[in-house]
Design a protein around this ligand. Sequence first.
Ligand code: ATP
Length: 234
Amino acid sequence: MSALLELDAVEAGYGKSRVLHGVSLSVADGETVALLGRNGAGKTTTMRCIAGLLAPAQGRITFAGRDLRGMPPHAVARLGLSLVPEHRGIFAALSVEENLRLAARRGSPWTFDTAMTMFPALAARRRTPGGKLSGGEQQMLAIARALMPGPKLLLLDEPTEGLAPVIVERLVGLLKELKANGLPMLLVEQSLEVCRAVADRHAVIDEGRIVWTGDTEALGNATDMVRRHLTLED
Ligand code: ATP
């Protein structure tokens, strides 16, 4: 499998404060990778660099063979990279249908109708404003919207955050279905359980550095690593 997305020694931050200290990470075509880390480890910052929302100070990001340096977010999106941002970023005043139709793109395999089939819960709410949906429905809408342009890679930033366990389960089912359909994903998560259920490979970030990578079986055996890098410190 060739790398679809590759980060090579990426350094980035805000103003004078450096948050990422040389992050290297790859997602192969057809692969689902989880990026795990505590609050403030640099997960969202990594996602923002990939999506073109933050320019790395050093290092290189390539996607589908293209160097993303200097590319604005809309150009990165046009290459086939869709981000589901941490706080969902849906239009609160627009209906479910309007949110989805705005994101549609000619030539994409995803249409409003295919989205309704994949997300029956949204079909029942098609005229409801985004802001009036439950947290779980909003997350589904954010994912559906990111799928509309027909991405080659889906980036998901903490999709399960703040959702009830039964909704998390439903979301995990959906992500597995997308994966079974061959969609590569990079998933930021705090929940080990979600990562293990969905991802093929896992990368652990701590203080802006990737400190561990491995497959799901290895993650299950890495008790000491989990304690050191993922469990909340007292
Ligand atoms: P979380 O789970 O809390 O979102 P994270 O791993 O995604 O954590 P980041 O959001 O990447 O972490 O933040 C990493 C560090 O960068 C934190 O110390 C945070 O305070 C800092 N940071 C994030 N956004 C900004 C910003 N816009 N300006 C300045 N510092 C920021």
